[in-house]
Design a protein around this ligand. Structure first.
Ligand SMILES: Nc1ncnc2c1ncn2[C@@H]1O[C@H](COP(=O)(O)OP(=O)(O)OP(=O)(O)O)[C@@H](O)[C@H]1O
Ligand SMILES: [Mg+2]
Length: 329
């Protein structure tokens, strides 16, 4: 199976649906969306709504498509890095939160960062966008030295990123629609009509249509997370950093968000970095895994191989066992 065939065509090639059914679903989607971009996520949902496909068949197809991606990465792991840390040290309140971290984030792949709570994952992510500066070492985005930048130059590099903060960080005074539209109004030259199309598509992708006029304090925790995810996706950034996109969500929504991230990747090929506690599930949805432990990189390699790592700390973490080198209580 080709990993690059769009999901709809792949469903046709596999005999799950007919070409005519795909056409009808695409037509229906175009008629109901103000945005010309269709995502497999939305096409898939439309096919299910029209009764042409079952939900499990849709997920199986997306899953198989991404499994082919992971196999390909296992055989071809030498991908140019887009973000590089060299010997990065960060001391906070007298603690070495990042302790000589070397890492490389492969361009146009999905990288998951895993590790124990308090291990420095969010701090690491903040260094990637220059929100925190290292005490020692270098942080590069492409050829640019982020740690040595400030002002306009830093803002320009940040323009390549979109970041979903761990807490969601929606603006309390703006409703869901205006929260998602905010980065486009700030950074893009799009007209309000074009913005509307994009915002509504992203809200549809996270299943929040009908919630546009609600304010953050009227949303559940999961809805806030999804609105924040829509806001991170709406700018179509080159590099997308997601800090715990599924934490605190129920398992069904967690699954749906994993599918959405994977589908967004297949459609856009953005570089994505996802911090996640959804271990081992997240391994199915990323090419590369970086495990951080006590401020050091414990593992960095293809997600296909992480299970085989002999490192006892990593093995204990992945299995969630109380017995082992990590003493919790
Ligand atoms: N601004 C800050 N000032 C002082 N200490 C900080 C600051 N930000 C983070 N820390 C400390 O750095 C350590 C790592 O924090 P970080 O938020 O990166 O953990 P994490 O791996 O993201 O954990 P979790 O999985 O719980 O989100 C913690 O001990 C935290 O208290
Ligand atoms: Mg964190």
């Amino acid at each position: 199976m080709s990993a690059t065939l769009p999901l709809g065509e792949q469903l046709v090639a596999n005999g799950c649906i007919t070409a005519r059914q795909l056409d009808l679903a695409l037509q229906r989607q175009r008629a109901t969306s103000a945005d010309p971009t269709t995502s497999a996520h939305l096409v898939g949902r439309t096919l299910v709504e029209m009764g042409y496909l079952t939900q499990p068949a849709l997920h199986e197809c997306l899953y198989r498509q991404f499994a082919a991606e992971r196999d390909h990465y296992l055989d071809n792991p030498a991908v140019a890095p887009v973000i590089r840390f060299e010997r990065v040290v960060k001391i906070l309140d007298g603690r070495r939160v990042l302790d000589a971290v070397d890492l490389a984030i492969p361009a146009n792949r999905v990288t998951a960062i895993i590790g124990m709570s308090g291990g420095g994952k969010s701090v690491l992510l903040k260094h990637m966008v220059g929100l925190m500066k290292p005490d020692q070492g270098t942080v590069r985005v492409g050829e640019e030295r982020l740690d040595a930048m400030s002002g306009r130059a830093l803002r320009q590099v940040r323009g390549r990123f979109s970041l979903l903060f761990q807490g969601g960080a929606l603006f309390d005074s703006l409703n869901v629609y205006d929260n998602v539209a905010f980065p486009l109004r700030e950074k893009s030259q799009l007209t309000e009509e074009q913005i509307r199309g994009r915002v509504l598509r992203c809200l549809a992708e996270v299943n929040l249509i009908g919630m546009e006029r609600k304010f953050p304090d009227e949303l559940s925790g999961g809805m806030m997370k999804r609105a924040a995810l829509a806001r991170a996706l709406v700018t179509e950034p080159e590099i997308l950093l997601l800090d715990e996109p599924t934490a605190g969500l129920d398992p069904i929504i967690e699954n749906a968000i994993h599918y959405l991230i994977c589908d967004t990747f297949m459609r856009t090929r953005y570089t994505m970095v996802v911090i996640s506690h959804a271990v081992p599930e997240i391994f199915q949805w990323c090419h590369h895994v970086i495990a951080l432990h006590r401020g050091k990189v414990l593992y960095s390699g293809p997600s296909r191989e992480v299970d085989a790592s002999p490192d006892p700390v990593l093995r204990q973490f992945i299995r969630g066992e109380l017995d082992g080198p990590i003493q919790v209580i």
